[in-house]
Design a protein around this ligand. Structure first.
Ligand code: CP
Length: 321
């Protein structure tokens, strides 16, 4: 849906709203650009002047720990001026519409909006209605997409496994309500992994999940057999409008990742989770904090990947990376 709106006529990234419609080459360019920024973390001066003079507004209509702070750090490290809108104390609470909020912020000469919203399509809607010089980045919209999370996950996988070809990846848990899973599946398939498996109770899988290019399974022993990467997902209770499970303890028994179930996977498997994690619900602490876990590396990689995406979208406005 977003191919047309996300890219300039020259095929450069203008907005980053979804993985859908983006080529393997473009996704690889994001990963390569992030690689060039990731070395900066160890430098004494962690800043580059790429976005000096640019103004970025973080518009988070939904709670966030990792995404908002790593976007803020990424913008700061690119030398942009960054402003975090506090939605709870903004005029949104007085009934101002999303579009009126955007128009008023635009009048302050903004160059980029980073948007998280509970409604699927919110970032796309803003991109359709902003001035042509403004880029919009989707920081998670409803159940639809969380493309920067997917790209930092791809970066982490490539860091550990070097290439995507030949990999078997299992995504476990609440696929039905997960914008992260949707974006990850698109990215993994576009980058050419061998297999994407989704493992969940039937109640937590979308009706036509096979159409997404995955193998669906309902048993951890079968699903985790010989996988290179395990991605665990949280039960997204805030998006559940009825009971999808008998109990959390039953869910953990069947689908929670503990050390016994980890043994089904390859011996060098990496364990990932976008966070926030619920210990003892989808993952045991011994696995979350164990030697296979790369969960905190995912968080660190979020800075370099978001720097890459921000600088690439600004290139469409003449900023050179
Ligand atoms: N992974 C993720 O989106 O976490 P936050 O909700 O803390 O941003």
């Amino acid at each position: 849906m977003s191919r047309h709106i996300q890219l300039t006529e020259q095929g450069r990234l203008k907005h980053f709203l979804s993985i859908e419609g983006l080529s393997r080459e473009l996704l690889t360019e994001i990963l390569d650009t992030a690689e060039s920024f990731s070395g900066m973390a160890g430098h004494q001066i962690k800043k580059v002047p790429l976005l000096r003079g640019k103004t970025i507004i973080n518009l988070f209509f939904e709670n966030s720990t990792r995404t908002r702070t790593t976007f803020e750090l990424a913008a700061t490290r690119l030398s942009a001026d960054v402003l975090n809108m506090n939605i709870a104390t903004s005029a949104t609470s007085k009934g101002e519409s999303l579009l009126d909020t955007i128009r008023n912020l635009e009048a302050m000469h903004v160059d980029m909006f980073v948007v998280r919203h509970a409604l699927s399509g919110a970032a796309h809607f803003i991109a359709q209605h902003t001035a042509p010089h403004i880029s919009v980045i989707n920081a998670g919209d409803g159940q639809h997409a969380h493309p920067t999370q997917a790209m930092l996950d791809m970066f982490t996988i490539r860091q550990h496994k070097k290439q995507f070809a030949g990999l078997k990846v299992a995504i476990v848990g609440d696929i039905l309500h997960s914008r992260v899973a949707r974006s990850q599946i698109l990215a993994l398939n576009s980058l050419g992994v061998d297999q994407v498996r989704v493992i969940a109770p039937k109640t937590l899988l979308p009706a036509h999940v096979k159409d997404m290019g995955v193998i669906d399974l309902h048993d951890m022993a079968e699903g985790l057999a010989d996988v290179d990467v395990i991605i665990m997902l949280r039960l997204q209770k805030e998006r559940m409008n009825s009971a999808f499970l008998p109990s959390e303890s039953e869910y953990f028994r069947c689908f929670g990742l503990n050390e016994a179930k980890l043994k089904y996977a390859k011996s060098d498997v990496i364990v990932m989770h976008p966070g926030p994690i619920n210990r003892g619900v989808e993952i045991a602490s011994s696995v979350a904090d164990g030697p296979h876990s790369v969960i905190l590396q995912q968080v660190s990689n979020g800075i370099a990947v978001r720097m890459a995406i921000m600088s690439m979208t600004m290139q469409s406005h003449g900023v050179s990376a």
